[in-house]
Design a protein around this ligand. Structure first.
Ligand code: ADP
Length: 342
């Protein structure tokens, strides 16, 4: 089951449990801790008083009172002291212990804030990486839907270098697309114009009259014959590629950040039409080169165009052979685009 990064106030998350970035007293504080106590009401503080505090890296569970979830899991993140003081191991242990506690209480959905990344000073980018890695590792063994809730977009910054690289890649592709569009507008032949999400290949200007008349195929097939000639479907290509790559189904859908139930649907229906994000997530999980990725998308009825920032970001990662779906999602998020996976 996948990990999802969402922007929200964690006190609004309707999950089985939410995680609180608490302090060792468990008696409330500022930041997300203060917001959770305020939304839960005084019952939460009463229960926290009975717990005898919590050590850094550990986790303790309480009821959720007025919050729209069943439990609050309180964990205490490390204070950032430059990174050489066991901060990363302690932060990982916060995630692991919170996830294990949630599992022990039968939770199927869980939401984390970016622990330690506020008052405790852990650099946000590194805090996010630890969160994604720890949760992903846990999800290879267990089924749970886990959200990382970031409060504001500035909490979620991909590295400046990556951001700059993607920005310039987008600029280049946009320039490219617009240049071609102007060209075809002047009636040049064989140029591609980008209209909305669709790339249209213009025929030579001299043939424009023909374009208005439907062209007669030289040898017409009956509809029945034509329908018999269907190509390999998306689902068939997916299963073939999984075999060719020597992956198991589970390895593939987990790497794609796709829900097991959705994968079963695709597996069981030869003509299943996935969403574009799902189709791309599989192409990424299978580490397909650009040509094959486009082929797979086409089978699902989609294309990668240069008129969409989403498409260009995907193309950027594929051409750079970076097939880490979580890193791609971080970049998509930073550029305000929909994320991959379920
Ligand atoms: P810590 O002391 O562990 O650093 P903070 O509460 O100061 O905890 O901050 C942890 C993260 O939670 C920060 O990134 C902060 O922006 C974020 N945060 C603060 N309030 C909320 C909220 N209501 N929902 C989700 N995240 C929040």
């Amino acid at each position: 089951m996948p990990v999802q990064i969402v922007r929200n106030d964690i006190t609004k998350m309707k999950c089985d449990a939410i995680v609180n970035a608490a302090n060792p007293t468990l008696l409330g504080g500022g930041g997300v801790d203060g917001a959770i106590h305020e939304a839960a009401g005084s019952g939460l503080l009463e229960e926290c008083r009975t717990l005898g505090g919590c050590k850094t890296g550990e986790a303790k569970l309480t009821g959720a009172y007025d919050l729209p979830c069943k439990y609050v899991i309180h964990t205490v993140g490390p204070v950032w002291r430059g990174g050489q003081n066991n901060e990363e191991a302690l932060l990982k242990s916060c995630y692991r212990n919170s996830l294990t506690t949630a599992l022990e209480h039968g939770c199927e959905t869980l939401a984390f804030p970016l622990i330690s990344s506020g008052v405790y000073g852990y650099p946000k980018e590194q805090a996010l990486r630890v969160a994604v890695d720890s949760i992903t590792e846990f999800l290879t063994e267990h089924d749970m839907l886990v959200y990382i809730v970031v409060f504001d977009r500035s909490s979620f910054r991909i590295s400046e270098k990556l951001f700059a690289d993607i920005s310039s890649f987008i600029d280049d592709k946009y320039v490219d697309a617009n240049f071609k569009f102007r060209f075809s507008g002047r009636g040049e032949s064989g140029e591609s114009a980008v209209l909305g999400e669709t790339q249209i290949l213009y025929p030579a200007a001299a043939n424009l009259a023909q374009l208005r008349r439907p062209a007669k195929p030289t040898k017409a097939l009956s509809l029945e014959e034509a329908l018999k000639q269907t190509d390999e479907s998306f689902s068939e290509m997916l299963l073939r590629k999984i075999d060719e790559k020597g992956m198991t189904d589970a390895q593939c859908y987990k790497k794609a950040n796709i829900d097991r139930k959705l994968f079963s649907k695709i597996r069981g229906d030869r003509l299943y039409r996935p969403s574009k994000q799902t189709a791309i997530a599989f192409a990424i999980a299978l580490e397909l080169p650009l040509g094959e990725a486009k082929d797979m998308l086409m089978k699902a009825g989609f294309a990668l165009s240069h008129s969409s920032r989403f498409d260009i970001i995907i193309e950027y990662f594929i051409t750079n052979e970076n097939y880490n779906v979580f890193e791609i999602n971080e970049a998509l998020f930073a550029f305000d685009q929909p994320l991959l996976g379920a």
